[in-house]
Design a protein around this ligand. Structure first.
Ligand SMILES: [Zn+2]
Length: 121
């Protein structure tokens, strides 16, 4: 038995997808929503808590949100598609989150209708 603890973040950023054949080839922006899922076994809970969401908040804010918010994503990673943004975010946070629980999923919303789920375990 385990819990999936979820913390939501948002950031605004610009990008262009030079390899994409369509409108997203042009420079434009999104208000992204990021959901971070951390799995904690019931047996590993401490004082009734799996992981303090403030710990997830601090790790993700320091390593992801402070870097990506109001940035040009093309300056930070190559071809910043939803998939590549998730891979970049995973690389920043996995090690630190996994000392607290297991980073199990990342969900990134690019628009109210388009999102992607990265399964991390
Ligand atoms: Zn876009």
């Amino acid at each position: 038995m385990d819990f999936e603890i979820i913390r939501e973040f948002d950031f605004s950023a610009a990008h262009s997808l030079p390899k994409y054949n369509g409108k997203c080839k042009n420079f434009h922006g999104h208000n992204y929503i990021l959901e971070v899922y951390v799995r904690v076994d019931v047996a590993d809970m401490k004082d009734g808590i799996g992981i303090d969401t403030a710990e997830i908040k601090n790790i993700v804010n320091e390593t992801v949100i402070d870097v990506l918010d109001h940035s040009n994503l093309n300056d930070i990673m190559e071809n910043p598609s939803m998939e590549n943004i998730c891979i970049w975010i995973h690389a920043q946070i996995a090690k630190r989150i996994n000392t607290k629980g297991r980073l199990s999923k990342l969900r990134l919303w690019e628009t109210g209708r388009n999102s992607i789920i990265m399964n991390c375990v």
